[in-house]
Design a protein around this ligand. Structure first.
Ligand code: PAF
Length: 280
């Protein structure tokens, strides 16, 4: 496995593979890797000849400096996991390498970012769009793999690709869950043992809402049930629970076509912000 810290060295290496007509699969990450990330790499394994993974905690997508400071950084363990998982190339640049200067460009994703994560984390998708655009230009992948856990991010990245004609296919990969249902996330490492036990309540709320909706399709009843679920759990601060279209992320007024209803949730538990979703 090759590890590069500079853009120029990475590009020189990948250019050789491109000349050999090899397909490049790319998994962008912020490190603190878990099985969810490895499942993205596994998907890349099936479709591409060369697997590239980036590890970069992107400061421009954090709207909260404490969240950035607390974001887990575990580079040595990450490299070991990637090597074992059959990754070919890792790109782990410094902040200076990625941002010679603060970008002047700002990206706005219209309706896609006025809801949920966009509404609660102002500027977040501008930062994601900028860094993903830069990484696509640096790596020039044929395929790029993103987890459904960040459903709104997938929609934003697809729109970025469409609007700027990046020649890359975006692949959405399923959420991986712990045995009790908690969606895997790098932030889970920051939960105390007690919080870790309680954290499964997000998934419990999603499955509760899903089963109610499957009974009678009553959106208001499902929303009330989730609100009541958390009303009895003061350790959580529920930020939102939305029933939305899985592509547009706009609030739904009724159940969508099969596979297109997204239940999305975000809550603060202690110092950790958790998100999750279910699409059915
Ligand atoms: O999902 C993430 O880890 C990040 O948002 C990404 C896509 C690597 C961009 O920094």
């Amino acid at each position: 496995m090759y590890v590069f810290e500079t853009i120029i060295a990475l590009k020189q290496h990948l250019d050789q593979h491109r000349k050999g007509d090899q397909r490049i699969g790319f998994v962008p990450t912020m490190g603190a890797l878990h099985e969810g990330h490895l499942s993205l790499l596994q998907a890349a394994q099936e479709q591409s000849d060369i697997r590239v993974c980036s590890i970069f905690v992107n400061p421009t997508q954090f709207n909260n400096p404490d969240d950035l400071a607390r974001y887990p950084r575990t580079l040595d363990a990450d490299l070991k996991l990637l090597e074992e998982a059959g990754c070919d190339v890792v790109f782990a640049p410094s902040v200076q390498e990625m941002y010679i200067s603060q970008p002047l460009l700002t990206l706005s994703f219209g309706d896609l970012e006025t809801v949920m994560e966009g509404a609660f984390r102002p500027g977040h998708f501008n930062g994601v769009g900028i860094v993903v655009g830069k990484l696509f230009n640096i790596v020039q992948p044929h395929y790029a793999y993103f987890g459904q856990k960040d459903l709104q991010q997938v929609a934003v990245v697809k729109r970025l690709v469409r609007d700027l004609s990046f020649p890359v296919d975006i692949v959405r990969c399923p959420i991986l869950r712990e045995p009790d249902g908690l969606a895997m996330s790098s932030r889970n490492r920051n939960l105390t043992p007690d919080e870790r036990q309680q954290a499964t309540e997000l998934y419990n709320a999603l499955t509760l809402a899903q089963s109610l909706l499957q009974e009678d399709g009553d959106l208001a009843r499902a929303k009330d049930a989730v609100a009541n679920h958390f009303a009895q759990k003061p350790q959580f601060q529920l930020e939102y629970f939305e029933i939305a279209n899985a592509d547009t992320l706009q609030p739904a007024e009724q159940l969508q076509a099969p596979g297109m209803t997204a239940l999305c949730i975000a809550a603060q538990l202690g110092k950790v912000r958790l998100i999750d979703n279910l699409v059915f």
